[in-house]
Write a protein that binds this ligand. Sequence first.
Ligand SMILES: [Zn+2]
Length: 281
Amino acid sequence: MPELPEVETIVRGLNKVVIGTRIIDIWTDWPRHFSRHCGGFEQFKKQVKGLRIKKIKRIGKNIIFELSSDRNILLHLKMTGRLLLVETINLSKSDFDNIDHYIHTVFCLSEGKSLAFSDVRKFGKILSEHKDDFYEISDIKKLGKDALTINYEEFKKVLSNKKIPIKYILLNQKVIAGIGNIYADEILFLSGVHPLRMVKSLSEKELKKIYDSIRIILIKAIKLRGSSMSDYKDIKGKLGNYFQVRLIYRRGGESCLKCKTKISRIKLRGRSMHFCKNCQK
Ligand SMILES: [Zn+2]
């Protein structure tokens, strides 16, 4: 699933190419992309057709399009979603199939551009809401502070006394938004903290180390334009480069970069975790 660095890369890319364009039309062969919250596809189309894209931003792993007439679109890529900029409009379904077989929704924009939403597993989510009510929708309201902008005091506060392993806290979007499985493993390796350590047992020094590692890893991953391990590519189809320089994620069985101990991989609650039992206490 695209995590904060991948979504941030997409948002930065979009801000360079679609600001000021107008949504001329929307096509889909998978209306279930469109949340019933806003009345489904037909209603969504009525709400946003003709509006201009003013700004694109990220909240957690959500992509937010700020439009004219004070309307916002929320798009969540979920497991396998990708946004693709196509420098043309009025393409047929077969044209899109030639570009990417998994394109299921297309925003036709002014200035001869289209934004195609490719989604292998079709879990992606799109909805629109008026700006005044936007922050009340559960997708946004339930999110914790953003992993990139949370300050240390806030970080300590949301973690305080939790009797939950640190790995699960980092993955919980209601506590901290933006981190997924790849970067949680990377952050904990850099911190020297075992993924199953109870948050309650962490010392001040360890908490600070984790907080600093979140910033170091995420900033590095954004600089490298994210991780292309499975489906992720940026809007121009370019791969991200973080996966090639990762510290521990999906290196089970290989030697630890710091101490040469064999890296452990375990699976718990459907989540894999990679760690070094020597370096991470
Ligand atoms: Zn090690």
